[in-house]
Design a binder for this molecule. Structure first.
Ligand SMILES: [Zn+2]
Length: 160
């Protein structure tokens, strides 16, 4: 579901999306897959709808936690790419060098990489990060819900 300004808001069921369209509260933007068939009619399956009136969303920050850092990094070591093993949280700029507990300074690392890096910066340890860690946004959160049958969401989530 998109806000009136096309900003992605939330994920809802197809039924809810169609209801909003019928009530005149939203417009159908993208359809996908097979039509929805009722006793009396046939409707295109809603994939993306946009509401008619702008809704102000308070800035809901994602909480900085071990769980959310792992989630942001896809449970993957940001140095060697390992997955499915015990993971730790690494301070990019070590605490000893006054590195902070921030989204930008914390990454997922496997035990081997974390030990190898020790209390050095990646530059000093000659290790490279996959990507620059950022504070996750609502868009990142919604991107994780894309499945094979909702490819049309991508363009609204900046993935196309
Ligand atoms: Zn690693």
């Amino acid at each position: 579901m998109l806000n009136q300004n096309y900003e992605p808001m939330q994920i809802c069921t197809a039924k809810r999306a169609l209801n909003l369209v019928f009530l005149g509260k939203a417009k159908l933007v993208e359809t996908e897959g097979q039509d929805v068939i009722s006793i009396s009619a046939r409707y295109p399956f809603p994939s993306v709808v946009r509401i008619d009136r702008y809704i102000r969303i308070p800035n809901r920050n994602v909480v900085l936690s071990r769980k959310n850092i792992l989630k942001r990094d896809g449970h993957q070591c940001q140095y060697c790419g390992a997955t499915g093993i015990s993971l730790t949280i690494d301070h990019i700029v070590p605490k000893k060098q006054f590195g902070k507990d921030t989204w930008e300074n914390l990454v997922t690392a496997c035990i081997t990489c974390n030990n190898k890096k020790g209390s050095r910066t990646p530059e000093n340890a000659n290790m490279k990060l996959f990507k620059k860690p950022k504070k996750p946004t609502r868009i990142h959160y919604l991107q994780k819900f894309i499945r094979r049958n909702n490819q049309s969401w991508k363009q609204y989530l900046y993935l196309d």
